[in-house]
Design a protein around this ligand. Structure first.
Ligand code: IMP
Ligand code: MG
Length: 184
């Protein structure tokens, strides 16, 4: 942990354990991901679907590095605490307004942990008959044992710590940090 971050007024006195990915590191990797995505889709309609809320900063940076026509929309899925989750289905609180049928769909997620969120969402999205369906995750903890769909695009392998910043939260706090850090 650097002196700068311990003095960061955004933290309301909460101590960080360490900065896992700083602003410059994130920016250059996100630019690379944008180029990878641009090259991976030579033709067809591409709909980039951001999973809220965690992906909002990543998505907004990423789409500015995708140099081809795209559409952007969002998904909001019911959170962990919701009773429908234990039934093995996912409830969409916000469903994209744009049709998915016949389009390349790229689902953008902040972090893959157990993989449960993605497994359920991908099942729902597959039913909409997209032309292709892939995942772009900023962070991947590589601990998911039952991941049905491997993310095609991954920013970084994540340390096995609870991370905040660049969209990731702890009880809705710290999403606005420009870097990704673990909490003390
Ligand atoms: P999964 O379903 O276990 O893969 O969980 C994925 C979701 O859990 C992510 O979209 C995050 O919202 C949240 N999550 C998992 N790990 C972390 C973390 O280290 N920090 C913040 N949120 C996390
Ligand atoms: Mg999330």
């Amino acid at each position: 942990m650097t002196a700068t971050t311990s003095a960061d007024p955004r933290l309301s006195g909460r101590a960080l354990r360490r900065v896992a990915f700083d602003e410059e590191t994130i920016a250059s990797r996100v630019a690379e991901l944008g180029a990878e995505i641009t090259n991976a889709y030579p033709d067809g309609e591409l709909l980039v679907l951001g999973l809220l809320k965690g992906s909002f900063i990543f998505l907004s940076d990423l789409v500015r590095h995708i140099v081809r026509p795209i559409q952007v929309d969002f998904l909001v899925a019911a959170s962990y605490g919701d009773a429908t989750v234990s039934s093995g289905t996912v409830r969409l609180l916000y469903d994209p307004e744009t049709t998915l049928e016949g389009k390349h769909i790229l689902l953008v997620e902040d972090i893959v942990d157990s993989g449960r969120t993605l497994n359920r969402l991908m099942t729902v999205l597959e039913e909409r008959a997209p032309r292709s369906l892939e995942i772009c995750a900023l962070l991947h903890k590589r601990i998911a044992i039952e991941l049905n769909h491997d993310p095609k695009f991954v920013g970084f392998d994540a340390p096995h710590e609870f991370l905040v910043g660049y969209g990731l939260d702890h009880a809705e706090n710290f999403r606005h940090l420009p870097y990704i850090a673990s909490l003390q």
